[in-house]
Design a protein around this ligand. Structure first.
Ligand code: NAD
Ligand code: UGA
Length: 469
């Protein structure tokens, strides 16, 4: 493509209308009114929801997203299942499809499953016309661009048309619940590539609203590896503070004070030091597993073992929360009602992928508890699907059950324990007087996020356990 290709991008197609594709393309459309942006997905229901007039029915919940959709949809932002025309019309195609951990075959449980990325590349080969810049937006293992390039390179051998492709890596760093702020004002935009003309095309798009100082251009492999490394470093920070929370509970130190004390060192930084029920979300675990796989591939067991520990500590944190609940409730949960407040993996999202709530709830159910689950944004269908998934051995004796409720106060009715798992704002201001009238005695509050008003709860004889205190 080289210097031949510094054209102005007029039409963008994004393959994948998920948590990344939807918000990212919305923000591009909002800031680049001269570009027509089409987001395409194979999932018809999802596309129907993206096109729903009722903006509360968008397939994902992200603060501020509805306003952008309202402003841009059907003007320069389109959602469709028509892959063929969307790719054929585009000067630039973003690949923003899922890259989960492989579940079978070589690398199962660690390597990324790239079948959706490969399929997207094949669709680009098939439908693209003329010159097309292909942008990897999905998180992928280092050197995936090679795979994409080799698929794209077959194009002219397969067809008589003269197609020209250039591949860029442009990993996404948005965090759910904060996606629109992150996209409007990112810490940095990372672009990896070899072809200057194509890099400039993408830089020019971002420059419409982001300072050039924040746009970092690197080689392809640095860009791909930086994405995995960034997520691994963030997850490592959480595992580190979670180990310290355990030590605080034993030693009389207070995790809030320790986190503040260490976070004031600018070399450590105060962000990502909230101890909690362990990290969830679709990416931290999968990206670390991927890093572990790559380290093993390059025969560096010390590197893979280092990152494995970060994942082990995450499971340890969830296990010890369950043990604390069981031991506080006299060693058995059989037929005891427990309120679960929060099911999303973090606040301000309806995403439950890898949510700590799933493992904690399953373990409590296995102990025989009856769970009353409330989350302000996660649907009952989602919760039921997550808890039914995998091996919940319903035939086992002493197995409990769960119900999804519509409010905090419905969830606590008759409960002996209240477990706060997601840091939703409404859990900060729970009316403990009301709770004390609805629950059974003695009642325990297990605050795994350290967000509840403990002193207020204690006034009503509620016993409180807080992570790291
Ligand atoms: P997602 O599952 O929400 O969305 C992916 C979408 O791609 C799905 O709707 C799926 O139907 C669609 N898709 C798959 N194959 C397709 C095909 N061949 N043609 C058309 N559509 C297809 O996933 P996501 O959370 O948006 O993540 C996408 C990528 O971005 C992943 O690699 C992830 O690691 C990365 N990422 C995610 C986040 C996040 O916060 N979720 C942040 C940064 C990076
Ligand atoms: C994370 C990264 O922050 C994004 O930069 C990245 O783009 C994204 O993964 C991705 O690649 O998917 P996300 O998973 O949406 O974003 O959310 P985070 O805010 O990072 O939280 C991840 C998990 O860590 C949540 O379960 C959260 O509750 C937990 N966490 C976070 C803590 O337990 N303590 C903290 O101090 C911060």
């Amino acid at each position: 493509m080289g210097g031949n290709m510094p054209f102005k991008v007029k039409r963008i197609c994004c393959i994948g209308a998920g948590y990344v594709g939807g918000p990212t393309m919305s923000v591009i459309a909002k800031n680049c009114t001269d570009i027509e942006v089409t987001v395409v997905d194979i999932n018809e229901t999802k596309i129907k929801h993206w096109n729903n007039k009722d903006l509360s029915k968008l397939p994902i919940f992200e603060p501020g997203l509805d306003a952008i959709i309202k402003k841009c949809r059907d003007i320069n932002l389109f959602f469709t299942t028509n892959l063929k025309d969307s790719i054929a019309n585009a000067d630039m195609v973003f690949i923003s499809v899922n890259t989960p951990t492989k579940t079978s075959g070589i690398g199962a449980g660690k390597a990324s499953d790239l079948k959706w990325v490969e399929e997207s590349a094949r669709q680009v080969v098939k439908y693209a016309k003329g010159k097309t810049i292909v942008v990897e937006k999905s998180t992928i293992p280092v050197r995936t661009a090679e795979t994409i390039k080799s698929i794209l390179d077959t194009s002219n051998k397969l067809t008589n048309e003269n197609k020209e492709f250039s591949v860029l890596s442009n990993p996404e760093f948005l965090s759910e619940g904060n996606a629109i702020n992150n996209l409007e004002d990112p810490d940095r935009v990372l672009i990896g590539g070899e072809d200057e003309g194509s890099i400039n095309c993408l830089v020019n798009i971002y420059k419409k609203w982001i300072s050039p100082k924040k746009i970092l251009c690197t080689n392809l492999w640095s860009s791909e590896l930086s994405k995995l490394a960034a997520n691994a470093f963030l997850a490592q920070k959480i595992s580190s503070i979670n180990t310290i929370s355990g030590l605080c509970e034993k030693s009389g130190a207070n995790i809030t004070e320790v986190a503040k004390a260490i976070g004031m060192d600018s070399r450590i930084g105060s962000k990502f030091l909230n101890s909690g029920p362990g990290f969830g979300g679709s990416c931290f675990k999968k990206d670390i597993l991927n890093l572990i796989y790559i380290a093993n591939f390059y025969k560096m067991p010390e590197v893979s073992e280092y990152w494995e520990k970060v994942l082990e500590i995450n499971s340890w944190q969830q296990n010890r929360i369950v043990e604390k609940i069981v031991s506080s409730l006299f060693g058995t949960l059989s037929e005891k009602k427990i309120a679960i407040l929060g099911f999303a993996f973090k606040s301000n999202t309806n995403d439950t992928r890898e949510s700590p709530a799933i493992k904690i709830c399953k373990d409590l159910i296995k102990e025989g508890a009856e769970l009353l689950i409330y989350d302000p944004k996660v649907s009952a269908e989602r919760i039921n699907e997550d808890l039914n998934k995998e091996s919940l051995l319903l035939k086992e004796e002493n197995i409990g059950k769960w119900h999804v409720t519509k409010s905090i106060y419905k969830a606590v009715e008759g409960a002996l324990g209240i477990v706060v798992i997601t840091e939703w704002d409404e859990f900060r201001t729970i009316n403990w007087a009301k709770v004390s009238q609805l629950t059974n005695y003695p009642i325990w509050l297990f605050d795994t996020r350290n967000i509840c008003n403990k002193e207020e709860a204690k006034k009503y004889n509620i016993r409180v356990w807080t992570i790291g205190l």
